[in-house]
Write a protein that binds this ligand. Sequence first.
Ligand SMILES: CC[C@@H](NC(=O)c1cc2[nH]nc(NC(=O)c3ccc(N4CCN(C)CC4)cc3)c2s1)c1ccccc1
Length: 273
Amino acid sequence: AEKPWSLADFEIGRPLGKGKFGRVYLARVAKSHFVVALKVIFKEQIEKYKLHHQLRREMEIQTSLRHPNILRLFGWFDDDERIFLILEYAHGGELYGLLKANGHLSEQQAATYISSLSQALAYCHGKCVIHRDIKPENLLLDHEGRLKIADFGWSVQSSNKRKTMCGTLDYLAPEMVENKDHDHAVDNWTLGILCYEFLYGSPPFEAESQKDTFKRIVKIDLSFPDTPNVSSEAKNLISQLLVKDPSKRLSLTKIMQHPWIVKNADPKGVCLF
Ligand SMILES: CC[C@@H](NC(=O)c1cc2[nH]nc(NC(=O)c3ccc(N4CCN(C)CC4)cc3)c2s1)c1ccccc1
């Protein structure tokens, strides 16, 4: 059996990001110089918020998933007070950064990322995994500009565990906002939100307060600004995803076959223009 990893095997670099329960550092394996991202989670935080099962699920799920658009979890180890996840390093950083730097993405970039997300989600749903927290902050880019879904902290093995309301609500589907049962169709809804945000630079139901965002979501209060100029095919796809009845949302397969995706998505999933 291979020797378990320990902190001594790594040289730690700059912090890459921090979340509520931990930080991620650039790191490399001391011997091979193989570059990774090391996510450090404090056990006391996990105990305090009773998140053992969630963290275990994240580790089991992300270890078991193998897909070009899903960030790899290579392994993990722990010491007295911390748990370390050895993650694939995505050189391009958060897709969010690209979106904020450019204001909005081109139709080719947006279609390429929606296509990559649909393929990754189809793979996850095929393994009964619902991510449930697909938002720009959780989407990373590798050195070629290929999209990588990170942070499966909120994913579930397709049960209906409640998701506590933390962070932004912009991406929550109506059935989640209305505390109803939900299934993998919540990820389809989120693809509609993301497609809108990639093309217009902000999510469709953004509002001053969470209450107003709630109201806009449950009402499907969707409108398309005149600028930037977005094709009618793109609007058609968004309108077929932001549908209240989960069973009426376009399926992942239908998304991949949608004329806007077929016409604009880069088949290699990189689209560097
Ligand atoms: C998605 C959130 C989640 N993050 C991960 O798990 C993460 C896993 C993982 N792998 N590689 C990453 N890369 C980066 O974070 C990164 C950021 C900026 C970069 N650049 C800056 C701009 N420059 C022009 C190019 C280089 C390059 C890489 C991250 S984040 C998380 C969860 C809990 C605690 C912290 C972070």
